[in-house]
Design a protein around this ligand. Structure first.
Ligand code: 3PG
Length: 328
């Protein structure tokens, strides 16, 4: 009987691994598609405030329909839930719009190289704002992350300050999103999918007035005409694709958070960025100098070293920093 138990355990573990592998593959694939259509749209229609609003609107609509036709359970949420979600949504909105503004100004690969530095922001915010301290290896892992990002930035052929700052603001905002999420959502039992649905809806409400104030219908109408005359009716499908895939990749990532540890999630997120960087360079023929690629590789390697030092830290039962990376 003991052998059967061992076999059963191995079977369950293998099935779990396959499931997580499928989540990861789906998450990365959806993310690559989003990034490509998002950039195609922004190249023809440079209104990132509108496109980021549309992504949230498409997600909100898809979830409202899913609840109405009962393919997803409607969450039972209280006023307390929405109150706890508000700071998370503010940070999510800022991080999302900042990343989209960044991608409207620079190559997708550049935005994601800078975004691979998110762990460094996590450590710095926890250290200087929350007063957490970490073991030396965690601090040391920041050197390649920061150094690699800096090298990639100074050697970027199409450097643009707004593009750079947008990615940096997005990093900072997403660290806060994860901290607020962790602090406020404890004990609230909402599935990953519904949590992300509510986050999209609240963010949509927050972002819409700002999008109208910053860009507004007049700019959008003129830009729309130009894009339609250049691209033709396919442009509508590009917009639909970027909006729908934005929701889908985020939904899958939040669903996978129900299944995996925050640490595994953050390693998966870095690997996601590698797929996006490589595929966008190929598709958009982004010029890359060897020293530029070296900077990106060092930054990404730094993120893996960071995860490893978190892991050792975690093994010592002092879970802090690495769990901030999750978003659940
Ligand atoms: C966005 O538009 O929100 C960003 O592309 C998100 O980036 P991330 O989900 O890859 O961190």
């Amino acid at each position: 009987p003991i052998e059967i138990n061992v076999d059963e355990k191995a079977g369950v573990e293998a099935a779990q691994r396959v499931k997580i592998g499928l989540y990861f593959a789906t998450w990365w694939a959806l993310n690559v598609v989003f990034n490509i259509y998002n950039k195609k749209v922004l190249n023809a229609f440079p209104y990132p405030w509108l496109t980021s609003t549309l992504s949230l609107a498409a997600g909100s609509l898809m979830m409202l329909i899913s609840w109405a036709i009962r393919i997803a359970d409607t969450p039972k949420v209280s006023l307390e839930f929405w109150k706890a979600l508000l700071p998370v949504a503010v940070a999510h909105t800022i991080g999302h719009v900042a990343a989209t503004v960044s991608m409207s100004k620079v190559a997708v690969s550049f935005t994601h190289i800078i975004k691979s530095g998110e762990p460094a922001f996590s450590v710095l915010v926890s250290r200087f704002l929350l007063g957490d301290t970490f073991p030396i290896p965690v601090y040391l892992s920041l050197l390649p992350i920061i150094g690699g990002c800096a090298l990639a930035a100074v050697t970027e052929l199409n450097f643009n300050m707004t593009g750079f700052m947008g990615a940096m603001i997005s990093n900072l905002a997403f660290v806060f999103r994860n901290i607020f999420s962790k602090k406020g959502m404890k004990g609230m039992s909402v599935s990953g999918m519904n949590y992300y649905a509510c986050l999209s809806m609240l963010s949509l409400v927050l972002l819409t007035p700002f999008a109208i104030a910053v860009e507004g219908p007049q700019m959008w109408a003129a830009g729309w005409q130009t894009a339609m005359s250049q691209i033709g009716p396919n442009f509508v499908w590009w917009i639909a694709a970027q909006s729908i895939f934005y929701h889908l990749y985020n939904q899958v990532s939040y669903m996978s958070l129900d299944q995996i540890s925050p640490l595994t999630f953050s390693v998966g997120n870095t690997m996601k960025r590698i797929s996006v960087i490589v595929s966008s360079i190929i598709i958009f023929h982004t010029p890359v100098q060897p020293v530029n690629a070296l900077g990106a590789a060092i930054a990404i390697l730094g993120t893996f070293i960071y995860s490893q030092s978190c892991y050792n830290f975690e093994a010592g039962n002092k879970l802090m920093l690495c769990t901030i990376e999750d978003g659940s």
